[in-house]
Design a protein around this ligand. Sequence first.
Ligand SMILES: Cc1cc2nc3c(=O)[nH]c(=O)nc-3n(C[C@H](O)[C@H](O)[C@H](O)COP(=O)(O)OP(=O)(O)OC[C@H]3O[C@@H](n4cnc5c(N)ncnc54)[C@H](O)[C@@H]3O)c2cc1C
Length: 705
Amino acid sequence: MWYVIIYEVALLGLGFHLLHGFFQRSQDTGCISSQICEAGKNCGVDIHHHHYCRFYGHACLHLLNQRIMILDAKIPEGNLADKWDNYKAHAKLVNPANRKKLDIIVVGTGLAGASCAASLAEQGYNVKTFCFQDSPRRAHSVAAQGGVNAAKNYKNDGDSVYRMFYDTIKGGDFRSREANVYRLAECSAALIDLAVAQGVPFAREYGGYLNNRSFGGVQVSRTFYARGQTGQQLLLGAYQAMMRQESLGRVKSYSRHEMLELVVADGKAVGIITRDLVTGEIERHAANAVVLATGGYGKIYYLSTLAMGCNSSAIWRAHKKGAHMAGVSWIQFHPTCLPQSGEHQSKLTLMSESLRNDGRIWVPGKAGDDRQPVDIPEEERDYYLERRYPAFGNLSPRDISSRAAKERIDAGYGIGPMKNAVYLDFSKAIKEQGKEKIKEKYGNLFTMYQKINGVSAYEQPMLISPAAHFTMGGLWVDYQLMTTIPGLFALGEANFSDHGANRLGANSLLQACVDGYFIAPYTIPNYLADELKLKKTDIDHPAFEEAEATVRKQLQDFLQHKGTLSADHFHKTLGKLLYDKCGLSRSRESLTEAIATIKQLKASFSKDLKITGDNKNNSELEKAGRIADYLELGELMCYDALAREESCGAHFREEYQTPEGEAIRNDEEFCFVSAWEWKGSNNDPEMHKEPLVFENVQLTVRSYK
Ligand SMILES: Cc1cc2nc3c(=O)[nH]c(=O)nc-3n(C[C@H](O)[C@H](O)[C@H](O)COP(=O)(O)OP(=O)(O)OC[C@H]3O[C@@H](n4cnc5c(N)ncnc54)[C@H](O)[C@@H]3O)c2cc1C
């Protein structure tokens, strides 16, 4: 008996000793490493002993019965600038003759999915693509207006790969992985070359050079654009590349098909279950690897800049099969959207951030001032961004600009019929540059504004307001964009990887394209090289049967519901709740309240939902599944926001702010990415951590003043 106690005490002592070393190391470097003790494995198993080991010189620690999950990001060795080259030099390849023996499923045909499908098919793999729209090219990437970033330094204004990397790391409030962000910046120039070769009509200078403009959070001009249609033009390029492969027989595309379940066998992703949204037919699809490029989940707020159909179901169902979700509560609210005008709306309209290059944002200096904007003299206006952040002014990053607008609106300075907006004013720019120049730059946006509001923004300032827009969070992926389920990759907005706690404008189109054109074509073959030796899992495997049965049961349950409330009712209620309690700002109190309310909402959903129609073409039935997932995801968002007791990027915890209302970050305790594990419907989720290591930048207080 005694020796057991002595043994336990000794273990405890050693544990504390190691823990001390662990935190000592954290303090030395700012944070600890995200590497692991054994290549290729996550260290998150319950350990009944301790050990301390080293991999690539970084520490990994397991303590007595305690889960200290150090997620393995599999970051290659070498200097920051050499990591991607090192990876590429050592990645495994698949012989061209063998590629046609391997099947890959790509769910999503936006920029991330289409570029990935085209690139892998070009290499010779068999690719199946899926999207819920009626054509692959209707993916939501088509809505992106403003532009795509690249460190080409065409303006000769001091840009470089390192500067773009630094801007992005700082923009994300030091909550992203250095190696991923550097790679994003490094691959950016090649993307522009590729897009130009595809025929993407980027704006040009008189002399023929591609033109650039600035987006928030940077002091150089690195944003390439095609009027206000950059996403659409880039998507046409990716779509054409993909359709070329379809005509060659290497891509088979399934439109109006929704993935409703991921199939996992022997711990690996081996296929998906889909529903044909027209016929209602349930189908099984097997593959050697599955890619989710299914976009973001900002639509969870109901009112957002995303289309009604955007949803989280693919990633959420993968999460429930074992893929961790990371940074889930990091949601971007875009500062320049058209304000809500009533209860009838299902969507808010984005006015591109590029408008902030020339538009000045202000509110009346006096709360409740009802005068027309032109009647308010200059000295009675509050250009609050220029006042609070003189260095970046109207080009302050999105999180800061959105919060500053909310602060003014909440303080009673809001304008418009619902007092929920601020002005975006072009009068100075028109006076200085002339109407024609402004028209040339933003003509289509001004036309859109006039069509919606009946007001000419050449004559009067626009009314704008923050709206839910982009999800920095998503499926946790390692450096290879592989999730915690081997064989399951997540690309584009569906993953959490590059933007930290706040995304810089025009970095998302870039990420989606870079993931699909440049990264997945190396990392997926690296995985497939070993798959070649194994037999592909057949669609008769019990894992497929089980997954299909789950899907059928859920659909049947929905159709049998005898409630009175529509899926939209639950979506609206959830969206409003999240906006109020887990939106632009959050607090312990609001989040705790939201979790309790969501639990009630889930209970009500399971008995009060009413679905009209049958199992065929039925948008109500589609919505029900998506809202069921949103309810669970919304709850996780609140858990995530509650656990992060600091303010960073778009995550603003009211308890952690300076007297001037600026965010207080806590690098000592929260310099990590939270990655959540699903533990079942009746249990709380479990948080694991990927500590962030900063070896190339100094963690500083993010200031744009
Ligand atoms: C209005 C607006 C303007 C924007 N402007 C810019 C900008 O100027 N610059 C910038 O960098 N970023 C911008 N963004 C962000 C950027 O457009 C997106 O982050 C990016 O396009 C996402 O691309 P994606 O390929 O990851 O996803 P998406 O383009 O959203 O594609 C998702 C795909 O997944 C499919 N899918 C989803 N779920 C399922 C399922 N269960 N089964 C089958 N298929 C499924 C869809 O059908 C679709 O094909 C903007 C976003 C919005 C909303």
